[in-house]
Design a protein around this ligand. Structure first.
Ligand SMILES: [Zn+2]
Length: 537
């Protein structure tokens, strides 16, 4: 005779994701779904988990990842699984793996490699539908929710050139957006600080965003500016939402540059006012004061025009080198000069590719300059040329007060923005974001309740991306669950030792199956490509 439950979790303290007060009880699971919730559930089970002393929450949803390549090729992103993350939102900051046409495949792969990683297999997905079909047919340990990345979309139609799209090219992009939304994308992600997003005018974005809006999707954005141009950038996004009638989600909201610190209050006021006018706006953030990006983002935009080979050519040419040096000193109108914000000592090398330069990892740019016996700007050029731009850097950009303020906004969820490259020292947010939030914000500093915090990691992002079966512990929902010790949960990853798993997480269930159990990751492939619900069309 078969059991009523495949898994029965007994004596748990349940934080259900809605923000409601925790309660004690049992959770009955049959197959992939929660089927019963209550005290002392009757009926037998194939597996009983005694959760005495543990808290059970919905599996965490990482609202902002760059795990596209890792999850596709390796089925799981361990640094996320060990944090209790059961769903990964991919395709962020305008970076992603589809649509890619053969003509631009090599360029897209090279350009994305500093964020997504290197891949030797082909990216032959001229449509998002073809890509998502590949994802669907891949065995996954975690769920995936996919955004259409603006970079590959625009490049598929018009390459990497620095110019406005023609009417024909806009129509071709609209058709691709339509196709992507029909195929199951949650929305469109913009990377307006990156090529080719930085070349795309608002009028062109509005056309694409309208298509997303018709499908009830969301437009997410790594905005044009996060420092001196923060408020103008937020205004641009809010206007886009209003003009295109589409929900807006601002990625990794932050206030960069010491002289801008304190600006979060006004940023949140702008968003709150837009919400009061009826616009659906949300944000994600990570609980760290350092940012991480590719070394190319330290250069003025004109140097990046035309792709990586052109950039390297310019950096080999003495007269354009002089121009870059001057721009780094004096700035360029409309460009966020990170070096100007934080100085050379505020830039730290996280990872390089070549063995010869491994010794530069962890050093700040003044130390790098010393070691190479060059001026800091010359050291920067040398590093970019030698590594062909494949260097990730940490930037000491933000103030804790601003980050705290963002975290507490009712429309704020967490997104790790981790860069999952092999080797080197990644930003510790890759391994620590979620446990860190619960340890620091809830247990240590008591800035919000556990229930409020869990809501930001679960149901809030589930609603944002319209994942109606996820993010909540209730009968009928998918049994994505994380079991943890409230008193012990903590990140352990640091800037110096970032590849350390958190502590205090006892088990992670994906669709009713214990994938992380008794400290071990198991060969259980219950993850799915999640398709957003409630299409307007
Ligand atoms: Zn970003």
């Amino acid at each position: 005779m078969s059991s009523r439950y495949t898994v029965l979790i007994r004596n748990a303290r349940i934080v259900d994701g809605t923000g409601a007060p925790a309660f004690s009880g049992d959770i009955g699971i049959a197959g992939s779904h929660i089927v019963a919730l209550g005290r002392q559930l009757e009926g037998d089970a194939e597996q009983v988990i005694n959760a005495s002393g543990l808290t059970v929450a919905p599996g965490f949803i990482d609202a902002h990842t760059h795990d596209d390549l890792v999850v596709l090729r390796q089925s799981v992103v361990p640094p996320k699984l060990y944090q209790g993350v059961t769903s990964l939102v991919i395709g962020n900051c305008g970076f992603g793996m589809a649509p890619v046409v053969q003509e631009h495949e090599a360029a897209v792969k090279t350009y994305s490699s500093a964020i997504l990683g290197e891949d030797s297999l082909p990216w032959n997905w001229p449509t998002v539908g073809a890509y998502l079909e590949t994802m669907r047919s891949t065995a996954l340990k975690q769920h995936v929710c996919s955004l259409l990345p603006h970079g590959p979309l625009r490049v598929a139609v018009m390459g990497y050139g620095q110019r406005q799209a023609t009417e024909r090219e806009i129509q071709a992009q609209e058709a691709l957006v339509e196709e992507a939304m029909q195929a199951g994308s949650a929305g469109l992600s913009l990377g307006l600080m990156y090529v080719p997003g930085m070349y795309t005018p608002a009028s062109e974005l509005t056309r694409l965003a309208r298509v997303v809006g018709r499908y009830g999707g969301v437009v997410t954005s790594h905005m044009r500016g996060e420092g001196d141009h923060l408020f103008a950038s937020i205004a641009e996004m809010l206007e886009l939402g209003e003009k295109a009638d589409v929900a807006i989600h601002i990625s990794h909201l932050k206030v960069c540059g010491r002289h801008n610190w304190g600006g979060m209050e006004r940023a949140l006021e702008m968003i709150t006012a837009a919400r009061a006018r009826g616009l659906d706006v949300s944000i994600d953030m990570y609980p760290y004061t350092n940012g991480s990006t590719t070394i190319l983002q330290l250069l003025p935009p004109w140097v990046l025009d035309g792709g990586i080979e052109r950039t390297l050519e310019r950096l080999r040419d003495p007269s354009s080198r002089r121009r870059v040096s001057l721009d780094l000193q004096t700035g360029v109108e409309g460009w966020e000069n990170q070096i100007g914000y934080i100085g050379w000592e505020g830039v730290r090398i996280a990872s390089v590719q070549s063995e010869g330069y491994k010794g530069l990892e962890e050093k700040n740019m003044l130390e790098v300059a010393d070691l190479l016996q060059l001026a800091p700007d010359e050291a920067l050029f040398e590093l970019i040329l030698h590594e062909r731009g494949k260097v990730t850097v940490l930037l000491q950009l933000m103030s804790r007060a601003d980050i705290d303020r963002a975290a507490l906004a009712p429309f704020a969820m967490l997104g790790s923005d981790g860069i999952p490259l092999p080797g080197g020292r990644p930003h510790p947010r890759l391994y620590g974001t979620f446990p860190r939030f619960l340890a620091r914000y809830v247990r240590e500093r008591k800035l919000l309740s556990l229930e409020e915090a869990i809501h930001k990691l679960t149901l809030l992002p589930a609603r944002r991306f319209r994942l109606s079966e996820h993010g909540e512990i209730a009968p009928g929902k998918v049994a994505d669950l994380v079991l943890f010790d409230e008193e012990a949960i903590s990140d352990t990853a640091t800037y110096n030792e970032p590849r350390r798993y958190p502590v205090g997480i006892e088990a992670v269930l994906v669709a009713g199956r214990p994938v992380l159990w008794q400290g071990q990751e198991h060969a259980i492939y219950a993850g799915r490509l999640l398709t957003p619900e409630r299409m307007k069309i």
